[in-house]
Design a protein around this ligand. Sequence first.
Ligand code: B1M
Length: 240
Amino acid sequence: MADENDQAEDEIDLTALADGDLVAQMHDDLYDGMADEIAQGTQILLDRGWDAQKTLNEALVEGMRIVGIDFRDGILFVPEVLLSAGAMKAGMAILQPLLSASNASRMGKIIIGTVKGDIHDIGKNLVAMMMEGAGFEVVDLGINQSVEDFLAALEEHQPDILGMSALLTTTMPYMKVVIDTLAEKGLRGDYIVLVGGAPLNEEFSQAIGADAYCRDAASAVEIAVEQMSHRQGSLSAAGC
Ligand code: B1M
């Protein structure tokens, strides 16, 4: 019986599904870590005229939210969630050129990384893509970044913005280590510091001395643009 069901599932023709059913099927496929199907479903939605942002939010991010609930509840385990993450990335790879495509003039430069002890990178990668799409030059440092890594990258790349991501309650305090080190070295005022990640909130961001908390990738872009215009305003008021 299981074999028959498996076979029936194998035979699902994604192109034959209406939008709502296709999105529901993609949530199941993401849950099951089926990267090829997620890539195919993503492409079908785009071909049907869905924009990249709607496809991302409704098909991929929502699917990952469901995975997160069962991970929390001990129904899914790390190896399975890794497959889901791989499937999510397969969809994101299709969306990347669209999310990063931009005719905007250079808005500024941002370096972004996930802090030490933390290997979650899907959200950070989305932020990086959307920042590029908004015209920012992005240097993505990757995961598990120590304060020394951040400092070296700041010195090398001289960005306007430092972005940090943390997905664990155990790693989010490390953002304060980075910010405190910048302050100790007299560098805090040189950069706009933006932080994000599911367990953070505005209060935490203020408590650690960041410039702003970004709830999601879209708000990260809005806040970055806003902060850059304040910064440019203050620089010209100071005659720089
Ligand atoms: Co992890 N994990 N995980 N995990 N994982 C969470 C975060 C968790 C909430 C799951 C749960 O219990 N429900 C839980 C954390 C609990 C807590 O601390 N409160 C958890 C845990 C416990 C763990 C492990 C400890 C599990 C274990 O080993 N026992 C382990 C830790 C490993 C480590 O980092 N040292 C672990 C491992 C993993 C995998 C490797 C299996 C995999 C990561 C794969 C990868 O990233 N390449 C994984 C995944 C996939 C998740 C969940 C299911 C999904 C995260 C995700 O990608 N979301 C997650 C559950 C959840 O969050 N619901 C979970 C989709 C993404 C689009 O959203 O990352 O929030 P998000 O990013 C958003 C915003 O937060 C914001 O914008 C993004 C886009 O809109 N944002 C920023 C994020 N970063 C930003 C930076 C900015 C601005 C905005 O800078 C300016």
